[in-house]
Write a protein that binds this ligand. Structure first.
Ligand code: DGY
Length: 326
């Protein structure tokens, strides 16, 4: 008998085919609409495996509704949508998709940094709205990126990939991280700093740390108050790391200069969110890893993880290894 697998969104057909060869697949077939909670609960009731996205909340209650579940395969590197502790308690493996999205996400992070520094969205709107009357010395002037100081909060794979790009822009690179990254210090000239030092000295503060209980609300009023008035904040990690009310006030009052946001506390962010009323915010709909190649590779990797777990092999990207070893 084939194992039963719940897939919570339309994924590339070739990958679905691979899953169907080995499993009985229940699919939520929509592309633009997340699976409703009650449907998801029904889908996992007799499932051996769950293939899901970061839009699904996989909490203890959902796991309790899935007594046969052996693996939750998340098509994302971040897994803050999953209660890993609860999964481990229930001996359910949790897998993710690290590595394949590193460079694509670093590209987007740097693009967002450049767009925010040089006011690209505002400038493009200005032109399209017919407001461009003449070349003017201080018209739409932004902040220099070349030679500026970059502060990276969270020096993991993506942080390092951003630092490599920053090196090409002649930037001084500061970073803060739970552990020191001596290799990055040697090869990229990155300097280890405390959070406060980083905030006080950086022209660009880039958040790339995972969302955990420790990083939730890491950047609030106090931290924004330590940044330069000319500084730019970029968040390409998770919305919950930044206190959005405090960020709104800091941007509105000119306490910091601008923000580039690919992520929000609540996604999709409501179009009338106060942050979206500010001209000094560049906002994107969580597209860090969104290239055709990378999203396809993430979908494949999530399928590999799922199939390995269901056939008793150690999945390549197991978050809670203790479950396999027990
Ligand atoms: C992830 O993988 O965690 C990103 O946020 C989406 O690619």
């Amino acid at each position: 008998m084939k194992p039963k697998v719940a897939v919570t969104r339309k994924i590339p057909e070739s990958i679905l085919e691979r899953l169907r060869e080995k499993c009985e697949v229940k699919l939520w077939p929509e592309e633009d609409e997340p699976v409703p909670r009650n449907v998801l609960e029904e889908m996992v009731r007799d499932a051996d495996g769950l293939y899901c996205l970061l839009t699904e909340t996989v909490d203890d209650a959902l796991l309790a509704a899935a007594p046969k579940l052996k693996v939750v395969s998340n098509m994302a590197v971040g897994y803050n949508n999953i209660d890993v502790e609860a999964a481990s308690r229930r001996r359910i493996m949790v897998t993710n998709t690290p590595g394949v999205l590193t460079e694509t996400t670093a590209d987007l992070t740097f693009a967002l940094l450049l767009a925010t520094a040089r006011r690209l969205v505002e400038a493009s709107d200005f032109l399209r709205q017919g407001r461009w009357k003449t070349w003017s010395p201080m018209l739409l002037t932004g902040m220099d990126v070349y030679g500026a100081t970059l502060g990276i909060i969270g020096m993991g794979r993506i942080g390092e990939a951003v630092a490599r790009r920053a090196k090409g822009f002649g930037m001084r690179i500061l970073y803060c991280n739970r552990t020191r990254r001596e290799e990055a210090e040697r090869t990229l000239g990155a300097e280890y700093a405390t959070l406060d030092e980083l905030l006080e000295q950086s022209d660009f503060v880039v958040i790339l740390t995972p969302l955990t209980p420790e990083t939730r609300g890491l950047i609030g009023e106090r931290e924004l108050g330590r940044m330069k008035r000319t500084a730019v904040l970029i968040n390409a990690a998770r919305g919950g790391i930044v206190d959005e009310d405090a960020l709104y006030r800091a941007l509105r009052d000119g306490d910091i200069w601008a923000a580039g946001l690919d992520v929000f506390e609540e996604e999709p962010v409501k179009p009338d969110h106060p942050l979206l009323t500010l001209p000094n915010v560049v906002a994107l709909p969580h597209i860090g890893s969104a290239s055709v190649r990378t999203r396809t590779r993430m979908a494949e990797m999530a399928a590999d993880n799922l199939l390995d777990a269901l056939s008793g092999r150690l999945p390549a990207h197991l978050v809670n290894r203790e479950v396999f070893e027990r």
